[in-house]
Design a protein. Sequence first.
Length: 374
Amino acid sequence: MKLSWRLWPLLLLSTACTAEPADVVQSEAARFEVKVLTRKLDHPWGLAFLPDGRMLVTERIGRLRLVAADGRLDPVPVSGVPKVVAEGQGGLFDVALHPDFKRNGWVYLSYSAGSGGLTGTEVARGRLDGHALRDVATLFRMQPKSSGGQHFGGRIVFDRAGFLYLTLGDRGEMPRAQLPGDHAGSVIRLTDEGRVPNDNPYVARLGWRPEKYTLGNRNPQGLALDPAGQLWLTEHGPQGGDELNRVVAGANYGWPVVTHGRQYITGAKIGEGKSKPGMRDPVYVWGPTSIAPSGLAFYTGMRFPAWRGDLFLGALRDQMLVRLRLKDGKVVHEERLIKNRLGRIRDVRNGPDGYLYLLTDEDDGVLARLEPAP
């Protein structure tokens, strides 16, 4: 049958708005579909949900994109993003909304920036106005800047009191994670305006960066609040040393003095061992093979009742989603899902609609959603 030319626009519109066939998975606790909403994202890194149902997605090359609730990608990127140095693992990282976004419109971005070959992680904010960020200002600049294209950290989260947390990697220079006057290898804590809170643990200590909240972190790229308001993080360790940690003010997580991992190529020992007094042990360790943990989210929705309270994280290695069951602050069970079926999972988000959302770190990156299977 030959179609009239008048019907082609309707046919194209219908095709553009139809989601791809879903991949059905039977897990231990739920049967679900992996529905791809959007493709053609360039190494997406972070995701935030706007009150009107749309989503903001960062692309590592330095673009901030708008995605409709049904997955349609807005062809016009959001302007006003700060200048990003997208080299190596660097680029535009996470995106978060101010807790009072409905009133003030503030959007927060983390990214790598610098000049003269020296870069570091920074945080800026701007007011979202249509397809633009207005009144953009840099709130934090990692110091000192350094060369090299790895271990930027970059995950940002607001806690219930409205404080902003940012993870920072050691930049590939291991000793920096233990230096009090260096931002590298730490979690920092700021007010929503970028100021140092008066109760930060090192604010009154001579020689310490007052923004530091922890130290001894290698490259944390997962950060999430649990239902009780406790902050958790995952970080990339060396071979066999990936960690899940509970974030505690003033804690030293040991890198590179203590670690459960070894050097990648030689297998040589790193530091003094696996534990040391005065340094906080991880809650959970992945080994002897690393999984390269990334985005992190506690599931609190109603779509999957059996998953409520479970912790989900992306794993770049083996391209999988990991589910952890916690009890009394300890991991009591681990399940590995959709291995090698979707891509390198960079971010995991608990959606306001009760679904779980995933981003894959690929040239043709996807935004996907987990939905209960019929």
